[in-house]
Design a protein around this ligand. Structure first.
Ligand SMILES: Cc1ncc(COP(=O)(O)O)c(C=O)c1O
Length: 426
């Protein structure tokens, strides 16, 4: 470990990385430098306090921090290989791409790898435009796909400061099929959606949303790209979030959890026919760091874990435990906890107003839980614990939520009701 105090390192961070971020960390009560980390927990630099990580960096830590089987795979990898040469064939990339084809439905067959989610989204949009010869892209109002070129153009408010962006991008309200359908024209190359939009607080679309989009894309020759950078790899209690709607995308984008917490990796897995785009130029898209041999090895170890019998049952069971806890918390704190969006361990707790999110993040940090509010909808608290979270740890988070809701409710003049008082009201 670096020999320095947490305060010194925070000061260095402010001086040499970002004073603005450090100010925000202080405001949110997360002005820590993570030190030791294991499973669902993170300790401060000096090992004095610990937190349950209910952010998981948006899914990077699906298997928790420093998952032993993945670390073993990486260590073995370091004995035999390195990042590899991206222009040559790679046995590791071949095996991982084959596994992705086996794990995905329909004729999703080929995979191109990247190092970040944004890079894989950029590739997916390039492929859609290259294959169709069209320019138009429809993404969601309050959608988020990353901060790189085309991904940024498909992202909603975060892109506003950086115009002019790539032309041809438009936004449809998430869940409103008629509105989306009315935007599709003869120059539409792609519709891109986060299957469950993260930065909007995990709204669940109507049942016919994806089946209707799938049919529309088939009829109009439009490529359907689903971004499961956060929602994929078991997060929702299914391996792929889109499985719930039975509509298979033309291109499936993954990131975050693909790294298995130790080595950056992202991917775009696409249907067989799209590969013909590369007939003219096999090297039309390149990435020196994407799909490195070491990353592929760690990812294969991660996939072995999330596909083990019982793994997804566990995710669903822990999701149900949270839901039961939220029912009780809503009874106790009806003025502040309104409802929740949830699939498995992808949870958005909808609260009374926009002040609640930032206040809850701070109140939870005080009580040993790291969380975040939805960037586009600050009244929604996002909870994405590692998928390996255990029942007693779920209860610890629920206890912290109880205390935090009480504190925030009181500040906002929405104190908790005792059970008997609530019984009289209802
Ligand atoms: C849904 C979604 N797509 C894409 C990205 C971009 O991933 P990255 O930050 O690895 O570029 C993110 C990042 O948060 C995301 O949440």
């Amino acid at each position: 470990m670096i020999d320095a105090s947490q305060e010194d390192l925070l000061n260095d961070f402010a001086t040499y990385v970002s004073p603005q971020k450090v100010n925000m960390y202080r405001l949110m009560g997360v002005d820590i430098v993570p030190g030791r980390r294991e499973g669902v927990r993170v300790w401060d630099w000096e090992g004095k306090r610990s937190w349950i990580d209910c952010r998981s960096a948006g899914g990077v830590f699906n298997l928790g921090h420093r998952p032993p089987v993945v670390i073993e795979a990486l260590k073995r990898g370091l004995e035999e290989t390195d990042v590899g040469d991206h222009l040559l064939a790679s046995g590791y990339r071949a095996r991982l791409a084959k596994r992705m084809a086996e794990l995905t439905p329909g004729d999703l067959q080929y995979t191109t790898f990247g190092a970040s989610g944004g890079e894989a989204i950029d590739f997916a949009l390039k492929l859609a435009r290259g294959y169709t010869g069209k320019k138009g892209v429809i993404s969601a109002v309050k959608g988020y796909h990353g901060h790189t070129g085309l991904a940024l153009a498909a992202t909603d408010q975060y892109s506003e400061k950086f115009g002019p962006l790539a032309p041809g991008f438009r936004r449809a309200p998430f869940g409103d099929f008629e509105a989306l359908a009315s935007m599709v024209d003869d120059d539409t190359a792609a519709v891109i959606m986060e299957t469950i939009p993260a930065t909007a607080g995990f709204p669940i679309p109507p049942d016919d949303w994806y089946p209707c989009i799938r049919q529309l894309c088939d009829e109009r020759g439009v490529i359907l790209i689903l971004d499961e950078v956060q929602a994929g790899l078991g997060r929702t209690g299914r391996l792929w979030a889109f499985d719930e709607w039975g509509a298979v995308p033309d291109i499936l984008v993954l990131g975050k959890g693909m790294s298995a917490a130790v080595y950056p990796l992202s991917s775009a897995t696409y249907r067989q026919h799209l590969q013909s785009f590369f007939d003219a130029d096999a090297f039309a898209h390149l990435s020196s760091a994407g799909g490195s041999d070491l990353a592929c090895l760690t990812c294969l170890a991660m996939l072995d874990e999330v596909t083990k019998p019982g793994f997804l049952d566990h995710v669903r069971a822990m999701g149900d435990r949270f839901a039961a806890g939220f029912e009780a918390l809503r009874e106790k704190h009806p003025g502040i906890l309104k409802r929740w969006n949830q699939r498995g361990l992808m949870i958005g707790v909808v609260m009374a107003n926009q002040e609640c999110g930032p206040r809850m993040v701070r109140a939870l940090a005080k009580r040993g839980v790291i969380s975040i509010f939805a960037g586009y909808n600050p009244e929604i608290l996002q909870l994405m614990p590692p998928l390996i979270i255990q029942p007693d740890e779920v209860d610890e988070v629920l206890d912290a939520l109880d205390g935090a809701l009480g504190e925030v409710g009181q500040r906002l003049g929405q104190g908790a009701v005792s059970r008997s008082k609530h019984a009289q009201q209802t």
